[in-house]
Design a protein around this ligand. Structure first.
Ligand code: MOS
Length: 775
């Protein structure tokens, strides 16, 4: 165990044993209930349309590759075609002589660059790997950037790139997953969680159980495909670096680039007002470093938009997994043993194992547990966060196995799940902060018409289609990240501006945070504006791990408290508010009022008028997120699917889908439903279509385009019904859990289980394409 994980364990033990009252979130956020009392604006949970909607519709929301910069050059990136070895010849003469070319950068002329500190190695580290970037002739993966061409136009840059000639001396590389599996590597921890959880003797209990399943599941590589390609528009001015980026972590990107270029983090300025889809991929990759280096070398601003192929070659996605799920139970379905183990491919240069073993830690009660995972090193591009990393493929294996056990026992799969509902978190023994899985399942089952399902497969027909229903459960952890801050300004004309370094990837960040600020301050929505997506804003926020809303929300709570304190101070000794503390008052109706005596108080306007001040600005610095170590905090899903499997072609069509969610208080019913649906559509891709075709001979991605990497289109998606419990978590800011990643979680298994119910075939390796159903 590393020193860091040992230290984390000590803190964790203290926090787990501490009384509830010491925890952030010990007292429920007043917003959970205040809006019900009528004197607030009723904004929490309301179906408010996106505040950035009109800008988007008019094409007036600027993206990273749309910012005009005078004198800008266009970049094209050339990629290696072998997985490992060195370049013996790199001839750029023809490229340099091509029309419009201003610079060809290779390892021979690139400035000195330090490797990027990798994720989780430091609080603001955002590097995908710790490899040298264009510093030597070494090749580490098939697709590694080997040259950057700068030219007056994109077409000239692309053409010149095609003239680069390179010879390699290849070295033996690990490009077969099956070969890598022979040499698994144990991990100290997985994203600060223990790599293994063992309770009792799971193998012995499995062997002794009267009923058991013991199955192997495989999931393929997947790639990110945001509609907005990864792009930077950047320039240097007076030794400082300015970047228009598409980013899920502006502060982390600035800090990490500062390490690469030997700068102070404040000398790197990242702006990212809009992101055209991220899903885990819009973090820092080599093109950031290379574009900045080429700009430095050429002395001119640079725009670098990765081609779609470039995204496949240089932006990591989800890595391949092999998973074992074994469950032993008695005849009534009570689990005696739960085993979820396996291996995921990774590189020695990154540290993000696909954490597929996370969901089994929190889903079911079992006296014996063995849960954990290894990694198998391969010579490949660093994998990264992708659409509920771990959980989405981990629940595929776990929830298919539960379905197989249910069939063996002849118990309804929902009943089997509910019979094993845990009282406490199975892995840690901690109490759940909020868990309403039974209600979530029952509500979903009723609305979906689950009772119409036949438990005998291949018994429902519609012409040449066999029809089946399936369901699955999903979990995704609640995360609140440390480091978030919120700066709040209230002006004498009753307007508020809130800023935090958050990100808008299309999920409605600005809208929901405007609702929260307005509701908390008792203002109307048009009186609140939100500023975000810029590294110059105080505090650190990551749009990842479904954590952004809680992280920012806690900072807004802290800022609100500071604001009230400051306004009461400003109001002075003669104010009716004199002597009151922030938790004894409410901000509403344009002022501050005592909670005990609602007539005691005064308006913001009166306070400002008397003080002669025009505005007040405060910074909210929330307590560290200890609540997530003290309670087991998760979002939950119950996914219901009806499919048709064509008996002639083997094709699967999803006919109906329903997602029932337990994610605490839903803050905006319109943006939330949309985000849930989006996640479920990604789940259809995960289950039925998507696969990064990987050439095992040389580690080359064979389908680096949307023509050959299939994602669901409108014709593939039926009406998707969404419901939620809306039961607030008393220990979370606003009572809300993250909703970004729970949508996809469980969908893979629900579809697979529905396919089995339709046609009687179990396919345990994704994606479930028609060839696998026909053989
Ligand atoms: Mo999410 S995969 O952490 O953007």
């Amino acid at each position: 165990m590393s020193l860091k994980s040992a230290a984390t364990k000590v803190v964790r033990n203290i926090v787990e044993a501490a009384p509830d009252s010491w925890m952030p979130g010990a007292k429920p956020d007043p917003l959970i209930t205040q809006h019900k009392h009528g004197h607030k604006g009723g904004l929490i949970g309301a179906p408010i349309s996106r505040v950035d909607g009109p800008l988007k519709v008019r094409g007036a929301a600027p993206f990273a590759a749309e910012f005009p910069v005078t004198g800008m050059l266009y970049a094209a990136v050339a990629f290696s075609t072998i997985p490992k070895g060195r370049m013996t010849e790199l001839d750029t003469a023809a490229a340099e002589a091509a029309p419009g070319v201003r610079l060809v950068m290779t390892y021979k002329n690139a400035p000195k660059l330090k490797p990027t500190p990798i994720f989780n190695s430091k609080p603001k580290a955002a590097g995908p790997d710790d490899l040298p970037i264009m510093q030597d002739d070494r090749i580490h993966w098939n697709g590694q950037p080997i040259a950057v061409v700068l030219a007056d136009t994109q077409e000239e840059a692309d053409h010149a790139k095609s003239l680069i000639r390179v010879s390699y001396q290849a070295e033996p590389a690990v490009t077969h997953f099956n070969e890598a599996l022979q040499h698994p590597r144990e991990l100290d921890d997985i994203m600060m969680e223990p790599a293994r959880v063992k309770v009792g003797d799971a193998e012995a209990a499995l062997a002794a159980a009267p009923h058991r399943v013991d199955l192997t599941y495989r999931t393929p590589r997947y790639n990110h495909n945001p509609i907005e390609l990864h792009a930077v528009t950047l320039f240097w001015d007076d030794g400082e670096l300015y970047i228009h980026d598409a980013s899920q972590g502006v502060v982390q990107t600035a800090w990490t680039l500062a390490q690469v270029f030997g700068l102070d983090e404040k000398q790197v300025h990242i702006s990212s007002p809009y992101v055209g889809g991220g899903f885990g991929s819009k973090t820092l990759w080599h093109h950031h470093v290379l574009a900045a280096a080429a700009s430095k070398l050429s002395g001119q601003p640079v725009r670098c938009v990765l081609s779609r192929e470039g995204v496949y070659r240089t932006v990591g996605g989800r890595t391949v997994t092999e998973q074992r799920v074994a469950i032993g139970s008695d005849a009534e379905g009570h689990f005696a043993s739960l085993i979820h183990t396996g291996t995921t491919a990774m590189t020695p240069h990154n540290n993000l194992p696909e954490q597929f073993s996370f969901p089994a830690r929190h889903a079911y009660a079992s006296p014996n547990l063995s849960i954990g995972q290894n990694v198998a090193d391969m010579d490949m591009l660093a994998n990264t966060f992708m659409r509920a990393p771990g959980e989405s493929v981990g629940t595929f294996a776990l929830e298919c196995a539960v379905d197989e056990l249910a069939e063996q026992l002849d118990i309804d799969p929902i009943e089997l799940r509910l019979r094993n509902e845990p009282e406490k978190d199975p892995a840690s023994g901690k109490p759940f902060s909020s868990r309403n899985v039974e209600k979530m399942f029952r509500d979903g089952a009723e609305r979906f018409g689950w009772s119409e399902r036949s438990s005998t497969p291949a018994t429902r027909r519609d012409g040449e289609w066999l029809i089946g229903m399936g369901c699955a459960e999903g979990t995704y952890p609640y995360y609140r990240m440390p480091g978030a801050k919120a700066t709040l300004t209230l002006t004498s004309d009753g307007r508020a501006v809130a800023s935090f370094s958050a990100h808008e990837m299309g999920m409605g960040t600005a809208t929901v945070q405007a609702q929260i600020v307005a509701e908390r301050l008792g203002l109307t929505l048009p009186c609140v504006s939100i500023s975000y997506g810029n590294s110059s804003i105080d505090g650190t926020v990551l749009a990842g791990g479904s954590s952004q809303t809680a992280s920012v929300g806690a900072a807004v709570i802290a800022a609100h408290t500071e604001l009230v304190k400051k306004l009461i101070q400003l109001a002075g000794k003669d104010s009716p508010l004199h002597g009151l503390k922030p938790d004894e008052v409410d901000t509403r109706d344009g002022g501050i009022w005592s909670l005990a005596d609602p007539s005691r108080g005064e308006t913001f306007a009166a306070i400002f008028h008397r003080s002669g001040q025009e505005e007040v600005t405060v910074v909210g610095d929330p307590p560290p997120p200890l609540e997530m170590m003290h309670w087991a905090m998760h979002s939950f899903s119950a996914v219901f699917v009806e499919v048709g499997v064509n008996t002639v072609t083997g094709e699967t069509r999803v006919r109906r889908m329903l997602g029932s969610f337990d994610c605490g208080k839903i803050l905006n019913s319109k943006t939330a439903a949309s985000q849930f649906r989006g996640g479920m559509i990604m789940g259809v891709g995960l289950a039925l279509m998507e696969e990064t075709q990987w050439d095992e001979r040389n580690g080359r991605v064979m389908n680096p385009s949307l023509a050959e990497y299939h994602v669901p289109v409108h014709m593939d998606i039926p009406e998707i019904d969404i419901l939620w419990t809306d039961i607030p978590d008393p220990h979370a800011p606003m009572g809300a859990h993250g909703i970004g990643e729970i949508g996809i979680t469980g969908v893979g298994a629900a579809i697979s289980n529905a396919i089995y119910n339709a046609c009687g075939k179990r396919v345990r390796d994704l994606p479930i394409t028609l060839d696998k159903l026909l053989d």
